[in-house]
Structures are given as structure tokens and as C-alpha cells.
Design a binder for this molecule. Structure first.
Ligand code: G3P
Length: 240
């Protein structure tokens, strides 16, 4: 009883218990399997370009591919993007995608009809990821429309000499000011420093390539240190 009361009084609040989720940004099943096997993967994001890169075309194949991804990452969210750009089209495609698997998150582009579609899905309790976000104003609209995730593209902002991480910071402040539930999903992540900086700022999720995740594990002093440990062990074993 007493330990429980002490835990209630001194436990960190919910925010402190959170961690930044790692999503992989690909439609490649081998890479998804490899990332999943690391044990630190929380989900997958795809987009029409990534699906095309894997040669996945035609509605049936696209649907099967999303299902295959959901079957690999059994507990993680999988963002599946609509192709339509009008409200009715986005709603009908999104409903079909959401039916596919409980982990599917319907990805909707940040356009005017997209805002209406976000609100529609939010009212129906269907989760969404608002994509192609490049400004704080767009992120504010997405949150007001009830998006579950907002995807600011940091790498593509960097590509045009605008600091993508500044946008993550700005959105963090705005969402915290008003307690929006929308999760900040830092997208278009290109390298390990993007991931580290996103974690410092407090992004809720980052999505990037497997190479950026694996690069987090690398340090030359780790490799040198391990080689030394193993050499010392071998020497001692030979002597003993
Ligand atoms: O998640 C969005 C992402 O796929 C865009 O990344 O590298 O094409 O800018 P990139």
C-alpha cells in the first residue's frame, strides 16, 4: 500500500515516461524485416514514391503490400497514403485503407480538401497522418482538424536552405501551448544527427531510412575498445 502511494506522489508525469518512436520510411519488406529484428522499431511510413520504387502498382498489389507490412510490424502503426486529391476520393480511399488492418494510419496530404478529410476521419475515430507539411501554419491546421500525426519534412526543408529542425521546434511549442494530442512525426530524416536533434527537441516520432538508425550505433572508440577487450581475453586465455 505505502509503496504504491509513494509511487503516485513521486512518479514522473506521463510526458517523462514517453520516448521518441522510431518509424522506418520505406516500402521495402527486407529493410522493414531487418529494422524490426533490431527490436526498436515502432512503425512504418510509406508514400506513393516509395511504393513505386518497390515496383508495387495496381490497387490489389498495393493493398496486399500494406497487409504484408502490417504482418511484419505487428504492433506498429503503418502509414498508407491516399492518391486522390479531392475530399470524396480521399474519404473513400482512406476508408478502404483503414479497413485493411487496425494498424493502418491513413496518410492525407496537407491541402484544403485534405483538411476536410482529416476532420472526417478524426470524427469517425480513424487515425491519420497529415503529410507534406512544411510550415507551422500547416501543422496548426492539421492539429485543429484532429490529425493523429503531423509529418513535417525536415530533410526537404534543409534541401532548400531552410533549417527543418527549426520547424520541429516551432511545432513543439505550438502543440504544447494548447495541449494538442497530434504527434509530431519528423519525416524526411536523412542522417543520425537529424534523429538526435529531433529527440532533443522532443519530436514524438522520427521516420527515416534504416541506414540512419544503424548509424546511431556506430562509434570508432566502441570498435577499438571491443577489439582490445577481445585481444586481451585471447591473450589471457592462451596464458592461462
Ligand atoms: O516521410 C516522408 C519522406 O518519405 C520523404 O523523405 O527523403 O524523400 O525527402 P525524402
Amino acid at each position: 500500500m505505502y509503496p504504491f502511494i509513494a509511487w503516485v506522489i513521486f512518479a514522473p508525469n506521463q510526458t517523462n515516461l514517453n520516448y521518441m518512436k522510431f518509424f522506418i520510411d520505406t516500402a521495402n519488406l527486407d529493410q522493414i524485416r531487418e529494422a524490426n529484428a533490431l527490436g526498436v522499431l515502432d512503425g512504418v511510413t510509406t508514400n506513393p514514391s516509395l511504393m513505386a520504387k518497390e515496383g508495387i502498382t495496381g490497387k490489389d498489389n498495393v493493398m496486399k503490400h500494406y497487409k504484408a507490412i502490417c504482418d511484419i510490424v505487428v504492433e506498429g502503426d503503418v502509414s498508407a497514403e491516399v492518391i486522390a486529391t479531392d475530399y470524396e476520393g480521399m474519404v473513400s480511399e482512406g476508408l478502404e485503407l483503414a479497413e485493411l488492418h487496425p494498424n493502418i494510419v491513413v496518410k492525407i496530404p496537407m491541402i484544403v480538401d485534405g483538411i476536410k478529410a482529416l476532420k472526417y476521419f478524426s470524427d469517425k475515430g480513424i487515425r491519420t497522418n497529415c503529410t507534406l507539411v512544411f510550415s507551422a501554419g500547416q501543422a496548426l491546421l492539421a492539429a485543429k482538424a484532429g490529425a493523429s500525426y503531423v509529418s513535417p519534412f525536415i530533410g526537404r526543408l534543409d534541401d532548400v536552405s531552410t533549417d527543418g529542425l527549426d520547424l520541429i521546434e516551432q511545432i513543439r511549442v505550438i502543440y504544447d501551448n494548447y495541449g494538442f494530442d497530434t504527434e509530431i512525426l519528423a519525416a524526411s530524416v536523412r542522417h543520425p544527427m537529424h534523429i538526435i536533434k529531433c529527440a532533443e527537441i522532443g519530436a514524438d516520432v522520427m521516420t527515416g531510412p534504416l541506414s540512419a538508425m544503424l548509424a546511431l550505433a556506430k562509434h570508432p572508440l566502441t570498435d577499438i575498445g571491443l577489439a582490445q577487450f577481445l585481444a586481451d581475453h585471447k591473450k589471457a586465455s592462451a596464458n592461462g
